[in-house]
Design a protein around this ligand. Structure first.
Ligand code: NAP
Length: 515
């Protein structure tokens, strides 16, 4: 009997035992630094000379570990291994498939601090963010393991005299899982576990900035004895093996989360029929955002400013759901900007392993340079009221930065920066604030702070985002509670962590027998 689903609680690090456990786990990660991880294809460990080196973004002289770097020959091998494993995995009963997820969740829970400590060092997440990433990964395993039970009965159909009818759900085939680096455990886990519990087999290509946490996740599948080839671990550059995997005729679906640019490329390539391909590929693509929080004149501006700062600078603004636009109605504009600045100035930047730190580093040199170049753009588009500089020389640290008086047409109001940079945009009134919020090609998350029921109801109808929040921050969606996915160029609105997600990895088959 499976107990009722509930979200994994977050760790309270003010409890000395929890703090000590995290310190111990961080020490263990330090000891293991530099370990090399081979590919895992069809249950075989395969090594090659070419390597991916994972760097600690808090201290760029430190190597977290290395992995083998796959080329297209190895990508071919991985697809073949997944295709081979699919022959039997597709017929394993859903309850049995779910048991692998339950067991993986139990182990991940026991080793929570070890997973989180690796996230601190490899992704630059502070303790709280790393813990939330691990908790979300556990949630995905627990949630999808329960959800699959709903589909074993098949689709409800009417009876017809003289016939026996049913409509069953069956898996799709071989999938490619392509996650981003910013939730390198939670998103990787959710995207993989959903596909696998639905009866598919996958090639898991982790983001190149965070392949070590993915190796630890692969080891978890091995520990629970998931049959060889059901999940294949294939680190490699997206630019090199991505197109090969996406275009492969034996690949049935691509489960992608990442930038708009890469998502659009995948969508285009997947629509082309490869020689020997027998199906239309299914693409699940969750992409970027330019998320807005609206502050109305009739609202708790203290709470609004606090939540804007939390949503803008949590994990250094590197969340698809991060608040990158604060749209503030003019009556409260000066007061809200002052509060945002005061709260942002109180944030501490430093190595993610230091528990007192609010902002760790950004992920890598490319991100560092890109964000700093957006800060230069911001200086010509608005008024720099906070931050605006690098912060330290040994890691990719950037001050939390706030630009006020940004115009809706400015680049900073339209392009995803994906870093600790907030654009504050003034609006004449609530009506205009909503229009500005919607005037974007994206549509991922959004929030409104208002005490006026009519305005909240208007936003409920008209704010075009996949995840809308009232009187709270626009980050922090919970699995099973706020199904997640974006509108427009933010993606296919797949609603991960929701009841509609698993059918994306299945097809329905109507079967009729004349009696
Ligand atoms: P990215 O550059 O698009 O990379 C995402 C993944 O795609 C990585 O594994 C990458 O591999 C791979 N890739 C790159 N080129 C490819 C190609 N030609 N074919 C196939 N795969 C390819 O995104 P990111 O920088 O990792 O992540 C940040 C972005 O993700 C932001 O835009 C953020 O908003 C978005 N995101 C969205 C959600 C959501 O739910 N909507 C959640 C999290 C993040 P390499 O690492 O080897 O290049």
């Amino acid at each position: 009997m499976v107990i009722e689903y509930k979200n994994e609680p977050l760790t309270d690090f003010s409890i000395p035992a929890n703090k000590a456990a995290m310190e111990k786990a961080l020490k263990a990660v330090n000891t293991a630094k530099g370990t090399h991880y081979p590919l895992v294809i069809g249950g075989q460990k395969i090594d090659v000379e070419a390597k991916i080196t994972s760097i600690n973004p808090s201290n760029t002289s430190e190597i977290i570990g290395t992995t083998a770097r796959a080329n297209s020959d190895l990508a071919e091998k991985a697809v073949e291994a997944a295709a081979q494993a699919f022959k039997s995995w597709q017929y394993v009963c859903p309850a049995e498939r779910a048991r692998y997820l339950f067991k993986a969740a139990a182990i991940m829970r026991r080793e929570k601090f070890d997973f989180s400590a690796l996230l601190v060092e490899e992704a630059g997440k502070n303790w709280v963010e790393a813990d939330a990433d691990t908790a979300e990964a556990i949630d995905f395993l627990e949630y999808y393991a329960r959800q699959i039970g709903k589909y074993t009965k098949g689709m409800e159909v009417y009876s017809y005299p003289g016939e026996e009818n049913e409509c069953v759900y069956i898996p799709l085939g071989v999938g490619v899982v392509i996650p981003p680096w910013n939730f390198p455990l939670a998103i990787l886990t959710g995207m993989t576990a959903a596909a696998v519990v639905a009866g598919n087999t996958v090639v898991m290509k982790p983001a190149s900035a965070t392949p070590i946490i993915a190796a630890k996740f692969m080891a978890l599948w091995e520990e629970v004895s998931l049959p060889a080839g059901v999940v294949n671990y294939l680190p490699g550059s997206g630019g090199t093996i991505g197109d090969y995997l996406v275009s492969h005729p034996k690949v049935r679906f691509i489960n992608f989360t990442g930038s708009k640019e890469v998502g659009l490329r995948i969508n285009k390539l997947a629509s082309e029929l490869a020689p020997g391909q027998k199906w239309l590929k299914r693409v699940i693509a969750e992409m970027g955002g330019k998320d807005a929080m609206i502050v109305d004149s009739e609202s708790d501006i203290e709470a609004a400013a606090q939540d804007i700062v939390t949503a803008a600078f949590g994990f250094q603004g590197q969340k698809c759901s991060a608040c990158s636009r604060a749209i503030v109605v003019k009556d409260v504009y000066d007061a809200v900007v002052a509060k945002i600045v005061e709260k942002t100035k109180a944030l501490k930047v430093g190595p993610a392993s230091n528990p007192a730190v609010n902002l760790g580093p950004v992920i890598d040199e490319n991100a560092y340079k890109k964000i700093l170049s957006y800060i230069e753009i911001g200086k010509s588009e608005g008024k720099l009221v906070c931050g605006g500089s690098k912060a330290g020389s040994y890691g990719y640290f950037i001050e939390p930065t706030v630009f006020a008086d940004i115009k809706p047409a400015a680049r900073l109001a339209n392009e995803e920066v994906f870093g600790p940079v907030l654009a504050v945009i003034p609006a004449e009134d609530f009506e205009q604030a909503l229009a500005i919020a919607n005037d974007t090609e994206y549509g991922l998350t959004g929030a409104v702070f208002s005490n006026n029921r009519a305005k909240l109801e208007q936003a409920r109808r008209e704010f075009q985002v996949g995840n809308l929040y009232f009187n709270r921050k626009c980050t922090g969606a919970l699995v099973g509670v706020q199904p997640f996915g974006g509108f427009n160029l933010s993606g296919t609105d797949s609603k991960g962590g929701g009841t509609d997600y698993l059918p994306l990895f299945m097809q329905a088959k109507s079967i009729c027998e004349k009696l």
